[in-house]
Design a protein around this ligand. Structure first.
Ligand code: PLP
Length: 391
């Protein structure tokens, strides 16, 4: 019999105060508008299949094949052997340097959990993909932000003033939310600076093949033998298959052995990542039909980016021209809006869903919001015609 009167309230912990994900948080408000009968255009999330992009077919075919195999147990915690070997070949590292993760989301979580301690300085881009803000807070790191110039390149002078004493630097390239693609010169200068201060890099390559304009630069080539770095990517964007929840993280340089052990423990703790999708990933990333798939995806993205640019040019907005990924981070150049959330809510009333700039850590010098240009051209035209009247 339970006699004790319960003393503790059914309340979440204090830790939850720092957990947020603005890209999806705004959807709840949008759904409320939708429930009232409003048609909504969702420009908040970078989910290619949601906007008609076909996932890379080889993945689902291989999953079907894997389902017929007899193995129904857990996969190895650190990742399926075949996937680790395949990724290692591409990334020019050893299979033991590769960890399979449930989307790069989990890789980012493991990175902060294993490497960023209380009060330790981590250099983040500003603006930044919101998960990094949230993870730095959860693991009580000291987030210090580096800036970009008007073209969306890393402002190396600004970085130089902040780098001393940093435990790590995060680079997202192509960048979410800016859509910028860093040049070889820019990345080389950053690597030189990091080498000078012995600051390793966590390189988020989620969009690494989605270059719409200019040349793709291989960061691994620039950084190899100069600084230790961690490189992460996933099936979500470049294979248009976010639902697979498969990503990988690779360690480069000879200083990571203790951190890799820590990664190993974190992997053990969550047992394993879905086995069938790992097998499919191993096949997909070396499949000969992938270049044609990628070329088609880029062609469509470029067409949508150009429609977006044409529409945005008619509005009082400023932003670096997106040259990669599928986002733009826009500053409102009128004085009508004082707060990004007010503007985003007004856009909701017009039937368009954006993410407020503050969700990406940017609000001190203006009113910003992020959009994706993933939808078909006529949808982009409709969305930007709708917000024209509120800007
Ligand atoms: C920059 C960046 N990194 C990581 C992720 C996480 O992606 P996933 O967990 O689907 O691999 C995203 C998703 O939008 C992203 O934009």
């Amino acid at each position: 019999m339970l006699h004790l009167k319960r003393q503790l309230p059914y309340r979440p912990t204090e830790r939850m105060n720092v957990v947020s994900y603005p890209i999806r948080d705004i959807v709840m408000e949008a759904k409320r508008e939708e429930a009232k009968g409003k048609k909504m255009i969702y420009l908040n999330i970078g989910d290619p299949p949601q906007y008609g992009f076909e996932p890379f077919r080889v993945i689902s075919d291989r999953v079907k094949g894997a389902l017929d195999e007899n193995w129904k147990g857990y996969a190895p915690s650190e990742g399926d052997e075949q996937l680790r070997k395949t990724v290692a070949k591409i990334e020019k590292c050893r299979p033991e340097d590769v960890f399979a993760v449930a989307g790069l989301t989990e890789g980012i979580d493991f990175f902060f959990h294993s490497f960023i301690g209380f009060g330790e300085k981590v250099l983040l881009p500003n603006p930044v993909y919101p998960l990094y803000l949230s993870k730095a807070k959860q693991f009580e790191g000291d987030s210090v932000f580096y800036r970009h110039d008007a073209d969306g390149q890393i402002d190396v002078g600004n970085l130089a003033k902040k780098i001393e004493g940093a435990k790590a630097m995060v680079i997202i390239n192509p960048n979410n939310p800016l859509g910028s693609v860093y040049s070889e010169k820019n990345l080389s200068e950053v690597v030189t600076l990091c080498a000078e201060y012995d600051v390793p890099i966590f390189y988020d390559g989620s969009y690494d093949q989605l270059i719409l304009e200019g040349r793709q630069v291989d960061f691994r080539k620039i950084a190899r033998d100069k600084i230790p770095f961690i490189y992460g990517s996933s099936l979500s964007k470049v294979f248009s298959y976010p639902g697979a929840r498969i990503g990988w993280v690779t360690f480069h340089g000879d200083k990571w052995s203790e951190v890799k052990n820590a990664f190993f423990l974190l992997c053990n703790q969550r047992l394993s990542v879905n086995w069938e999708y790992q097998r499919a990933a191993a096949a997909a990333i070396v499949d000969p039909s992938y270049p044609a798939f990628l070329a088609d995806m880029k062609r469509k993205l470029l067409e949508r980016r150009d429609t977006f640019m044409k529409m945005a040019a008619k509005l009082p907005l400023s932003f670096p021209v997106p040259k990669g990924a599928f986002y733009a981070f826009m500053k409102i150049e009128t004085t009508k809006w004082r707060k990004d959330l007010q503007f985003v809510r007004a856009a909701l009333k017009e039937g368009v869903v954006f993410v407020p700039g503050s969700g990406f850590g940017r609000q001190e010098d203006g009113v910003y919001f992020r959009t994706t240009f993933l939808p078909e051209p006529h949808v982009i035209e409709e969305a930007f015609s709708k917000i024209r009247r509120i800007l």
